[in-house]
Design a protein around this ligand. Structure first.
Ligand code: DGY
Length: 424
């Protein structure tokens, strides 16, 4: 490391330590004061470089709050805070420690395998990974049972928050179908912590809450939610994460002698990969979402359709996606924007409607490296580190100017920087 990168590394450590609450890490102070699902799993990767035991704890804490049906919730409300909306009273889930009632991209299987592979304390790693295996497996099973009831091989999200890409352009059309009548009056807290111009709109929040109210009125019964939801979308990025996690969990289970778990996850990954093919768009050179209510592909070229390179898609597909990223790079200064910059709907500062996110960059470059697209992968890492040097550890960045957007001193951004610098 150069003195310059050492300084960046130390600043990343500082952010991670500042947001550490002992057994879990908040994404950032103020805006997100609890534990978020995929934030934690990706954060554990950064933690593993300086405190392996602490990294395992991060994922164990999350999975300790798994629901009896297998779902792992997207937020665990460990401690009281008035600073976030919607809090536990809005979700109304019946859990020993309050949680939300929806899930998030299942990156745990990938993270657990990576922690295991790099562990210096092999014995502790085997013990901790073995204990997590059945939990992650149950979560994967839940997706295919509850979010793919007709056995397509792909899981649907029922709420934009599940995708992690809350206000992506991908959801606009399907989201229009969600009504807003009867939403209880509410006060947003996110816009008190972050610039409202960087956040979702009021019309989107009304719909987010309408769905929460619907699911709550159905008792959070996952046997009913899929068919009852007017918003059911198959997101290629979300499914790619699930497929990658299933593949990684299978490899890990084999190593630990848990062959049944290995077999089940290999089969899930194989079916998922075959089904992903139906989402390919030659016109866009990437994958697209499918609206499961209408059965139509959604004409929206976002990072959700770039992310499948994180799973073992056919080499030609991954190469085509790499060319698409190169094309996008001609339009923006920093890659990878979360939406096609040639699309007139591109909004450079608004959350998931264009900004660049380091976690996405991390997963995309990982997948591209695996198929030998090293030049594009290196470009993505370079862009990520330039953003940090320019603008600090923001939640996300304007891909045209590099301006920091959303929350500051952001945990998973710092974790990804440690990952990038450790690999350099
Ligand atoms: C938020 O509150 O913005 C989150 O993304 C929902 O999980």
């Amino acid at each position: 490391m150069t003195p310059e990168t050492e300084k960046i590394y130390d600043r990343a450590l500082e952010v991670l330590r500042e947001n550490d609450r002992g057994s879990y890490t908040v994404p950032t102070k103020g805006l997100y004061p609890f534990q978020w699902n995929w934030d934690s799993c990706l954060t554990a990767l950064g933690q593993s470089h300086y405190d392996e035991a602490r990294a395992w704890t991060e994922i164990e804490t999350l999975l300790a709050h798994q629901w009896p049906d297998g779902m792992v919730p997207h937020i665990v409300f460990h401690a009281h805070s008035d600073g976030y909306f919607p809090g536990p009273d809005v979700w109304g889930t019946d859990r020993p420690v309050a949680t939300s009632g929806i899930t998030q991209p299942p990156v745990a299987g990938f993270a657990v395998r990576r922690l295991f592979d790099r562990a210096r304390d092999r014995e502790a790693a085997a013990q901790r990974a073995r204990a997590l295996l059945p939990r992650v497996d149950a979560w994967h099973r839940w997706f295919y049972e509850k979010r793919d009831p007709s056995g397509e091989g792909l899981a649907a999200i029922l709420h934009p928050w599940e995708s992690g890409r809350d206000n992506s352009i991908d959801w606009d059309e399907a989201f229009d179908r969600v009504p807003t009548d009867g939403v209880a009056p509410y006060v947003r807290r996110d816009t008190q912590h972050a610039d409202p111009a960087h956040r979702p709109t009021k019309a989107q929040y009304d719909r987010y809450l309408w769905l929460v109210q619907l699911f709550r009125s159905l008792g959070w019964d996952n046997a009913r939610l899929h068919d009852a939801s007017p918003f059911r979308v198959v997101d290629p990025g979300f499914n790619a994460i699930l497929i990658r996690s299933a593949t990684d969990l299978a490899a890990l289970a084999d190593e630990l002698g848990e062959h049944e778990i290995a077999e089940a996850n290999r089969a899930r990954a194989a079916r998922g990969l075959a089904a992903l093919e139906s989402l390919w768009s030659a016109r866009h050179g990437q994958y697209l979402c499918r609206d499961r209510v209408t059965g139509q592909l959604i004409e929206s070229a976002s990072i959700g359709g770039i992310l499948p390179v994180f799973s073992a898609v056919p080499r030609q597909r991954a190469q085509d996606v790499a060319r698409t990223i190169e094309r996008w790079a001609e339009r923006v200064r920093f890659i990878v924007p979360s939406h096609d910059p040639f699309d007139p709907r591109f909004e450079p500062k608004r959350y998931w409607r264009a900004p660049a996110w380091l976690v996405m960059n991390y997963m995309i470059q990982d997948g591209l490296r695996a198929v030998g697209e090293t030049a594009v992968a290196d470009h993505i890492v370079r862009s990520s580190l330039e953003l940090i040097t320019h603008s600090g550890f923001a939640e996300y960045y304007d891909p045209l100017t590099g301006e920091p957007c959303g929350g500051g001193r952001f945990t998973w951004t710092a974790a990804m920087v440690i990952e990038f610098l450790e690999a350099a």
